[in-house]
Design a protein. Structure first.
Length: 369
């Protein structure tokens, strides 16, 4: 975030103060690895009493859920922390002939085609796929199965807009109007996962012939660019920092996180997400069994477990994204404060793989140079 929140920054540096409980909580969203069961990089153990899940740094799961899997299957579940999504995928590809883990979690739709092209996953059609909506199943070969999803979108400061008597943005086009000049902070798509997702939203919404014109107008409107979600949200966004930008690129579940981690109970989040048609890009995360594992049966059980309600219902308050399993019950704070875009912008994994670097370079030339 989906940080997940929120989903993975391509470069994340934790800077939060110990006495700031709200910011400490958001570290979980941004990808601090859970402290139990992490391994240092190495070759997957042949010990049949344990199974290794390789994951990006944003992965988090409660101890109780880990214990349930371990007790049910009489196996030790270990976790291999492998950096951000791109770094994790690189490690997995480089070690595919002698895999470092048995199962890999965290490839998203911006890296899906690259992961599949590496031919390092074995097909597995989990029985729990019947509970996963068809629009999340992007791999027809069943090598990578959807686990969670979240929408990257604009968030705005409710109090700021109310005080100014200005309507908050409802469309991407609104950001280019003179009234919104100097109000927006975005993340660099070359260094930030939500930054890349927002760039893809503009490509999908405006088309390859029109997205750079939108960004040219934003540059003319004094858009601020930061290297990471952390710097944008905690450094410039007026609702979460001493910054002066009331519009930020974040996640549709960010308002729920604001409420959940608030020091005092609140009925309404101080922020709101913009999820109207053509404004949000959906990130979907997948899990797959690594080719070469000596524990295929247990790997299948782990994949099944990650798609079951027990694991799925743990996802929202661990990673602040939505569970892929439609039967999972959402926590009350998600039901009330998190949003789902009904019509997210879609860019195919194949197009992303073919044009990612081209689009990022064109964006860089347009916005930063």
């Amino acid at each position: 975030m989906f940080i997940r929140v929120l989903k993975m920054e391509i470069t994340i540096h934790c800077f939060l103060k110990e006495d700031d409980m709200k910011k400490i909580a958001w570290i979980i969203l941004l990808g601090t690895a859970m402290s139990v069961g992490w391994l240092t990089p190495g070759i997957a153990s042949a010990d049949t009493s344990e199974i290794i899940l390789m994951a990006h740094d944003s992965f988090s799961v409660s101890k109780a859920v880990v214990a349930e899997f371990e007790n049910r299957h009489h196996v030790r579940l270990r976790f291999l922390k492998a950096g951000d999504t791109g770094a994790m995928l690189n490690q997995a590809i480089l070690s595919k002939n002698n895999p470092m883990a048995d199962v890999l979690f965290g490839v998203d739709n911006t890296f899906l085609s690259r992961a599949l092209a590496a031919d390092m996953f074995i097909p597995y059609r989990s029985p729990h796929l019947s509970d996963i909506p068809a629009e999340l199943k992007l791999d027809a070969s069943y090598r990578l199965l959807p686990v969670d999803y979240g929408d990257v979108c604009l968030n705005y400061d409710r109090k700021w807009f109310a005080a100014k008597g200005l309507a908050p943005p409802a469309r991407l086009e609104d950001l280019t109007a003179p009234a919104y000049s100097g109000l927006t902070v975005v993340e660099n798509p070359a260094t930030s996962s939500p930054g890349l997702a927002f760039l893809l939203a503009t490509v999908g919404h405006f088309g390859e012939d029109g997205y750079l014109n939108f960004w040219q107008k934003l540059r003319g409107g004094n858009v601020q660019v930061t290297a990471s979600w952390k710097k944008a949200y905690w450094g410039s966004f007026s609702a979460a920092s001493k910054g002066n930008r009331p519009i930020v690129v974040s996640y549709a579940s960010s308002p729920a996180a604001e409420v959940h981690f608030a020091e005092k109970p609140m009925e309404q989040s101080p922020t709101a997400a913009v999820v109207q048609k053509g404004t949000a890009f959906r990130q979907i995360e997948f899990v797959g069994i690594l080719r070469g594992t000596k524990k295929v049966d247990m790997a299948r059980k782990l994949v099944d477990f990650m798609l079951e309600r027990t694991f799925q219902e743990d996802i929202p308050l661990q990673m602040f994204v939505f569970p892929a399993n439609k039967t999972a019950v959402l926590p009350a704070v998600f039901v009330k404060h998190a949003r789902i875009a009904e019509h997210p912008v879609f860019v195919s994994p194949q197009d992303i793989a073919a044009h990612r670097e081209e689009w990022i370079e064109a964006w860089t030339e347009t916005v930063l140079r």
